[in-house]
Design a protein around this ligand. Structure first.
Ligand SMILES: [Zn+2]
Length: 130
């Protein structure tokens, strides 16, 4: 079995387990996962200004179901902080599904395309795994 297949199977079992949890425990578990990703992401962030601003918005607006990731345009060499639903992020990594991500505009989350606004190159992000 390939590591991709193993990861996919493991993630599917996690998701099935999450559905079976009572709502309160599920929220607590997802929040723990969010904190875990925050700690991991801190070690990989290149542009702290945008990342920390996004974290502040996340805390203030209580966006508990979102994690903040840093997306990169390798052509322009710029980094952008983006909000991603935790489960959508893990689906994108393990199931190779398209990830929805959001930017903050006037403290509202707006769905965004994964392309650089300057050069239209597809943005890349680091795939941190659990
Ligand atoms: Zn670009």
């Amino acid at each position: 079995m390939s590591s991709d297949e193993s990861g996919r199977q493991r993630w599917n079992i996690w998701k099935q387990t999450l559905v079976q949890l009572d709502p309160f425990t599920r929220v607590l578990f997802l929040y723990q996962l969010k904190l875990y990703f925050d700690r991991m992401m801190e070690r990989h962030v290149k542009s702290f200004q945008g990342y920390e601003l996004a974290r502040m918005i996340s805390l203030k607006e209580e966006l508990d179901e979102f994690i903040i990731i840093e997306m990169e345009c390798k052509k322009c060499n710029i980094y952008l902080a983006a909000f991603v639903d935790i489960l959508s992020y893990l689906d994108a990594i393990y199931l190779k599904s398209e990830m929805k991500f959001y930017k903050s505009k006037s403290r509202k989350l707006v769905e965004s395309k994964p392309y650089c606004e300057k050069c239209n190159t597809k943005l890349e992000f680091e795939k941190l795994i659990i």
